[in-house]
Design a protein around this ligand. Structure first.
Ligand code: PGA
Length: 248
């Protein structure tokens, strides 16, 4: 919930312009996950690019009707956005969104042709209690177990340890890599080995230019979900450049 509309447009336009000048508008893939107020404008700014897309940060579990202030997946698709983030830790904790509700939101998104960036991750106490692997496994199974093979083509996973989001604390690259490898194993059980190899797994949580080289060079980390650092054009551009060096 950051930035006025004119500030959001200026930020996105600076990032796109710099990427074009640097010949980076084709890779790596960049998705701007904006608030609803900015979404239509940003979707139209990126419509000529294959590798730059717009995403909502949530969608309703309902398809349409009397759900005041909710925004449906169909409405998101109708403004030209291609993605929606589902299960962000702030939705899980402030709005008590659990596995079942998230499953319904995922169905809505997929039924309306959106790709889903599914977020999950353990809290600090879970890690202290050495329950982080089982918590993550439950979050994955709880919302993704019923997906079919076509659905998986439209799923991106984003591991975000809650204790690292917006706190300045980052998981070490060893902690992140270990979890990403585990997530791939869970996907091979939920879907298939092939799916596990191909699904993109992003790391999120205080990802910034100073730690991204180490994180993005881990074999099972396919990119980042960037929060605070994406609000600063030069940091965000640096992260995209690091992505293009380390991921491709
Ligand atoms: P952060 O946020 O990069 O500021 O930690 C990540 C997120 O919002 O998911």
């Amino acid at each position: 919930m950051n930035l006025r509309i004119e500030e959001g447009i200026a930020l996105v336009s600076e990032v796109i312009g710099t990427l074009e000048d640097a010949g980076l508008s084709n890779q790596p893939k960049v998705v701007f996950g904006t608030s609803f107020i900015h979404l239509e404008s940003v979707a139209s700014m990126v419509e000529d690019f294959d590798h730059i897309q717009a995403s909502a940060q949530d969608c309703s579990a309902h398809s349409s009707g009397a759900f005041t202030a909710e925004v449906s997946a169909e409405q998101i698709e109708s403004v030209g956005a291609k993605y929606v983030i589902i299960g962000h830790s702030e939705r899980r904790s402030y709005h008590k969104e659990g596995a079942e509700l998230l499953k319904t939101k995922i169905s809505q998104a997929l039924a309306n042709g959106l790709k889903v960036i599914f977020c999950f991750g353990e809290e600090l106490q879970d890690r202290y209690d050495k329950k982080h692997f089982s918590i993550v496994e439950d979050q994955l199974k709880g919302s993704l177990a019923e997906l079919n093979s076509d659905d998986w083509n439209n799923i991106v996973l984003a591991y975000e340890p809650v204790w690292a989001i917006g706190t300045g604390e980052t998981a070490t690259s060893e902690q992140a890599q270990e979890m990403h490898e585990f997530i791939r194993k869970c996907v091979s059980e939920l879907a298939s080995n092939e799916r596990a190899e191909n699904v993109s797994i992003l790391y999120g949580g205080s990802c910034k230019p100073s730690n991204a080289v180490e994180l993005f060079s881990c074999p099972d980390i396919d990119g980042g979900l960037i929060g605070g650092a994406s609000l600063n054009a030069s940091d965000f551009i640096s992260l995209i450049k690091i992505g293009s060096d380390e991921l491709y």
